[in-house]
Design a protein around this ligand. Structure first.
Ligand code: HEM
Length: 473
C-alpha cells in the first residue's frame, strides 16, 4: 500500500522504467503481472487465456461471478454476446439514438443556462444523470426526470460504492479488515454492501415494471422485445418452455447484468466529459478553435449532430486527446484480468489465476508512441491533410476479448455532449480561481476533483426554439 500511493497506475508506470514493460509484484497476497505498453497488452489480451476477470474481494462476495463484467467462461461468453447483440438491436452506436441523446443534452443545457454563468459544481450530477438516462431509456425502457430524488440517489452511489472495490483499496488487499470497527474500514464495507443492495433493488424494480406490463398484455410473447430486459425475459421464457433446466437466463444474472451496464454506461463517460471541461479551461485556445470549427461548419442555430462529425476533425481530435490524457480506466474493479490457465508471455511463465493489470495510463504517456506525451495537443491525432489519425497505442476502451462492449455508444455520447456543450457555452474558471488537471482522484475511475465552473452562454448562440419565437414576434 505505501509503495503504490494514491495513484497506483502512475507509480507502476514509473516502475516500468526500472523493471521493463512486463513485471510482477504483489498486491496484498495476489501476484499481479503489470503490462506497461501497448504491444504487451495486445499480445496478452488477444489470447483466450487472459479473458478471465480478477475480482476484488467485495465484488466476488456480492456479484457471485454473475453478470457481464465479473462472469467467466461460458457464462460470460453467452451473456456478453447476447448483451451486445440486443444493445445493437435497440440502437447502440446507431443514428436512431441521436434524438434521445440530444434531448438529454438540451435538458442539461437548459439547466446550465438558468445559472447564467455563475460558478456551479452541478455538472457532475447533471452529466451522470443524463448519461444514465441514455442507457436506461434504450436498454431498460425507462428515463427519469431531473428532479427524481430516488434516481439521483442511486446514481450518486456508484462512485462511492466502487472506489472501495479498487484492487489497491485496503479492504481488497486485506479483506479481514472488514471486521475492524473503524469507519474507514468496517464502516465503509457495510456502506458498500448497503449501496450494492440498493443498486440491485433498483434493477429489480425495472424488471418488475416489465413483468407487470407483460401481465397487462396477454399477447406479449408474440410481440417483438422493446429493450434489453424484454429480450432477456423472453429468452428465459423460451428456455423454460423448451425444458432447458441449465439455462443461465435467470433473475440474478439479469439483475447483475443491468447493474454492470448501468455502471459501465454512466461513470466512465461522465468522468471523461468532466476531464473535457478541465482541459478546455486549461487550454482556452483549443476551446476557441473547437468552437470556431463548429461555428463554421454547423453554425449556432441548431444542435451539432452525428452527420456533422466527419466535417469536424479538430473537434474529434480534441476528444481523442482528452481521452488519452484523462486516462479514466484505472486498476479499479473492472479492468484487471486473470489468467484462466498457465500462460507464457514474452518468455515469462505466468501461472493460472495470476492477476494481469493493463496499465492504460502507461500506454498513453509512453514517449515511444506519443512524443511530448505530457503535453495536451489534439494535433497529434491529425495527419498532414487534417484527417483523423489513430495511433494503435490509443486504447482507452482496452483491446481483445474483453474490450469495452459499450465503445460505440460511448464514442457517440462523447461527441454529441462535448461538441454541443462547447457550441452553447464558453467554459471558464470562476474569477480568481485556478483549475488544473493536476487535481484528481483515483478510484473506480481516474477523475478530476469536482469543482465550480462557469458556463457562459455564447453570445451568438440561439437555439431553434428561441429563433422561432423571435420570428413570430
Ligand atoms: C468513455 C467511456 C468508456 C470507457 C473509457 C470504457 C472503458 C472500459 C474498459 C477499459 C473496460 C475494461 C476492458 C478489459 O477488461 O479489457 C471496460 C469494460 C466494460 N465496459 Fe466500458 N467504457 C466506457 C463506456 C461504457 C459504456 C457506455 C458501457 C455500457 C453500454 C460500458 C460497459 C462495459 C462493460 C459491461 C464492461 C465489461 C466487459 C467484459 O468484462 O466483458 N462501458 N470499459
Amino acid at each position: 500500500m505505501p509503495y503504490l500511493g494514491k495513484h497506483a497506475q502512475e507509480k507502476l508506470e514509473k516502475w516500468g522504467h526500472v523493471y521493463g514493460d512486463v513485471f510482477s509484484c504483489y498486491f496484498g497476497q495476489n501476484l499481479v503481472v503489470v503490462l506497461n505498453n501497448y504491444q504487451a497488452i495486445k499480445e496478452a489480451f488477444d489470447d483466450d487465456l487472459y479473458a478471465a476477470r480478477a475480482q476484488p474481494y467485495i465484488f466476488e462476495e456480492h456479484f457471485h461471478g454473475k453478470g457481464l463484467t465479473y462472469a467467466e467462461g461460458e457464462l460470460w461468453r453467452v451473456h456478453r454476446k447476447f448483451a451486445m447483440l440486443q444493445l445493437r438491436n435497440f440502437g447502440m452506436g446507431k443514428h436512431s439514438l441521436q434524438a434521445p441523446i440530444l434531448r438529454e443534452i438540451n435538458e442539461m443545457a437548459d439547466y446550465l443556462r438558468k445559472i447564467e454563468g455563475k460558478p456551479t459544481n452541478a455538472i457532475k450530477g447533471l452529466l451522470t444523470h443524463h448519461l444514465s438516462n441514455v442507457i436506461c431509456s434504450f436498454a431498460f425502457g425507462h428515463r427519469f426526470p431531473q428532479n427524481d430524488a430516488e434516481f439521483r440517489n442511486i446514481v450518486g452511489m456508484i462512485e462511492e460504492c466502487f472506489s472501495l472495490g479498487s484492487h489497491d483499496s485496503l479492504i481488497t488487499l486485506f479483506p479481514i479488515l472488514r471486521f475492524v470497527p473503524f469507519k474507514s474500514l468496517g464502516g465503509n464495507y457495510k456502506k458498500f454492501a448497503k449501496n450494492f443492495e440498493s443498486l440491485m433493488s433498483f434493477a429489480k424494480k425495472l424488471v418488475d415494471n416489465h413483468e407487470k406490463s407483460k401481465e397487462d398484455s396477454p399477447t406479449w410473447e408474440e410481440e417483438e422485445p422493446k429493450d434489453y430486459i424484454d429480450a432477456f425475459l423472453k429468452q428465459a421464457r423460451n428456455d423454460h418452455k423448451e425444458g432447458k433446466h441449465d439455462t443461465t437466463f435467470e433473475m440474478d444474472q439479469l439483475l447483475t447484468s443491468i447493474v454492470n451496464l448501468f455502471i459501465g454506461g454512466t461513470e466512465t463517460t461522465s468522468t471523461t466529459l468532466r476531464w473535457a471541461l478541465i482541459y478546455m479551461i486549461e487550454n482556452p485556445e483549443v476551446q476557441e478553435k473547437v468552437f470556431e470549427e463548429i461555428k463554421l461548419v454547423v453554425g449556432t442555430a441548431r444542435d451539432v449532430t452525428l452527420e456533422d462529425k466527419a466535417k469536424l476533425p479538430f473537434t474529434e481530435a480534441t476528444i481523442l486527446e482528452i481521452q488519452r490524457c484523462g486516462n479514466i480506466a484505472t486498476l479499479g474493479g473492472s479492468t484487471m484480468h486473470k489468467t484462466a490457465g498457465d500462460a507464457y508471455l514474452r518468455g515469462y511463465f505466468i501461472p493460472k489465476g495470476t492477476y494481469v493489470a493493463p496499465n492504460f495510463y502507461a500506454v498513453h504517456v509512453d514517449e515511444r508512441a506519443w512524443p511530448n506525451a505530457r503535453v495536451f495537443d489534439p494535433k497529434r491525432f491529425l495527419n498532414a491533410d487534417s484527417h483523423i489519425r489513430r495511433p494503435e497505442a490509443f486504447i482507452p476502451f482496452s483491446i481483445g476479448k474483453k474490450a469495452c462492449p459499450g465503445e460505440s455508444l460511448a464514442v457517440m455520447e462523447l461527441f454529441l455532449f462535448f461538441s454541443n456543450i462547447i457550441q452553447k457555452f464558453q467554459v471558464k474558471a470562476p474569477p480568481g480561481k485556478k483549475i488544473s488537471s493536476a487535481n484528481y482522484t483515483t478510484g473506480l475511475t481516474r477523475a478530476p476533483i469536482n469543482t465550480d465552473i462557469c458556463y457562459v452562454t455564447r453570445k451568438n448562440y440561439c437555439n431553434v426554439t428561441i429563433c422561432e419565437e423571435k420570428e413570430d414576434m
